[in-house]
Design a protein around this ligand. Structure first.
Ligand SMILES: [Zn+2]
Ligand SMILES: [Zn+2]
Length: 451
């Protein structure tokens, strides 16, 4: 039996193009059949039949399918059984495997605020975004991010959930180090932004292409990045230029605090009249064909969609330039948006707050971000009385929960816990001045010593 490629050697170019397309279509049909048959195995076969604890374990043991891929096949099969519209599109080869899976995951865990009757409309909008050869995963994820924005989901999307982050750095038997990890979109954006600078191909002087593979170039870039970081390890203390991030967001969206917006929507109405004209009324969202015009999400160059809430958080600190777009998507003046915490201000903040100012934290100043108490997008100034030093975890906490911070009479930060932590919302001084108060990152009080 010879190499398969021999079969095609005699074909004309035109025939080759047709062959590749026809084979791809056939593979899509076979893939749909495999998903269906594995779903039936999952439904019917037990350990007695195949000898494994799970269908996933069985499939990855008797075929060359990896455990991860086997798990996705089982997951998609189960999802398609629940959502026939997605199954129809997938079986017909209109949408790709990974897009079908993303849509099924959305259906299985829809945004909290989404009424059940809105699901068919959402599925139709997502299928439209995933339809055909030109559909891209970023496009489908953007459509999902827009739906999540419409339904005001209070959940953090999986892409921005830092609790799922993990990084394994392990020594291998031959003395090397293997790296494996899974990080949120913002961390990913920083990593890709930093790496892209150092992993670009370097053609030789005579124009010869850089022979290194992309993975080799990324590894070289990582080495260069680390050596620079270690050489200038104290940079963070002075607030040197960190890798620069860009976030694109509509001006109207950035100036709107998601929590205020959420509170406004969930507040009981003054009268019982319904307002069908309210664009946020879920009952009015059955027609989602105009998804392209929906705003309420931001965009990052490498990772794609981000929630506006995260864009506001990123925009707090100097290391991000928010490129604000007007109603028509044209960039507004960047000057207005470029609010840098100067080196001198950062030093003064480190001196005043002594690291993360959150009660009980005190993380080292080099790892902290400057939080604007009143966001600059809402007109807050970039000066000491409007800035607090916070570590990444507590910065997120301030942006995503009802924790509040102000500058007290002595010009030091004072924190107000949410009612879930302190029923009377008794104010707590910042880390420097808090006596024995500690709060976990979910906001619960860990222990309290009488002052
Ligand atoms: Zn902030
Ligand atoms: Zn902290």
């Amino acid at each position: 039996m010879g190499y398969q490629g021999d079969r095609f050697r005699e074909r004309t170019s035109r025939e080759l193009l047709c062959d590749a397309v026809a084979l791809s279509a056939k593979i899509a049909v076979w893939e749909a059949q495999r998903v269906a048959v594995v779903a039936e195995v999952e439904r019917r076969c037990t350990r007695e039949d195949h000898g494994f604890a799970s269908t996933k374990g069985w499939l990855s043991s008797v075929t060359v399918v990896s455990p991860g891929a086997a798990g996705r096949i089982v997951e998609l099969g189960a999802g398609l059984a629940e959502h026939p519209a997605v199954a129809e599109a997938f079986d017909a080869g209109w949408i790709a495997f990974e897009h079908a899976l993303v849509i099924v995951r959305f259906c299985t865990k829809p945004p909290k605020g989404m009424p059940a009757e809105a699901l068919p409309g959402c599925v139709a909008a997502l299928l439209a975004a995933a339809d055909g050869p030109l559909a891209r995963t970023d496009g489908v994820r953007t459509a999902i991010a827009k739906l999540e924005a419409i339904f005001e989901s209070d959940d953090q999307p999986a892409s921005e959930d830092t609790d799922r982050n993990e990084l394994y750095v392990s020594k291998t038997l031959n003395g090397r180090v293997a790296i494996r990890g899974d990080v949120d979109a913002v961390t990913g954006e920083m990593l890709l932004t930093a790496l892209s600078k150092y992993s670009a191909p370097h053609p030789a002087a005579d124009g010869t292409r850089d022979p290194r593979t992309p993975s080799r170039r990324r590894a070289d870039g990582l080495a260069q990045l680390l050596s620079m970081l270690l050489a200038f390890g104290e940079l963070g203390v002075e607030g040197g230029e960190r890798p620069h991030l860009s976030v694109h967001v509509h001006a109207r969206d950035l100036g709107q605090d998601r929590r205020e917006e959420y509170a406004r929507r969930t507040r009981p109405a003054d009268n019982t009249d319904t307002h069908p004209a309210d664009p946020g009324d879920p009952a009015d969202v059955a027609d989602l064909s105009g998804l392209a015009d929906v705003r309420g999400i931001a965009w990052s160059p490498w990772m794609g969609p981000l929630t506006v809430n995260t864009a506001r958080l990123l925009g707090c600190d100097a290391q991000v330039t928010a490129i604000i777009l007007d109603e028509h998507g044209a960039p507004l003046s960047v000057g207005r948006t470029h609010r840098t915490v100067t080196r001198a201000q950062r030093k003064a903040l480190a001196a005043r707050d002594g690291g993360c100012a959150f009660p009980g934290c005190g993380a080292t100043a080099a790892w902290c971000e400057g939080h604007h108490i009143r966001h600059w997008a809402d007109g807050g100034p970039t000066d000491l009385d409007n800035l607090v030093l916070l570590c990444g975890t507590h910065h997120r906490l301030l942006h995503t929960t009802d924790w509040e911070v102000t500058i007290g009479k002595t010009r030091h930060p004072v924190f107000t816990p949410p009612a879930s932590v302190s029923p009377h919302r008794r104010r707590v001084p910042g880390h420097r001045h808090a006596a024995g108060q500690r709060f976990r990152c979910n906001g619960a009080r860990e222990r309290t010593h009488a002052p």
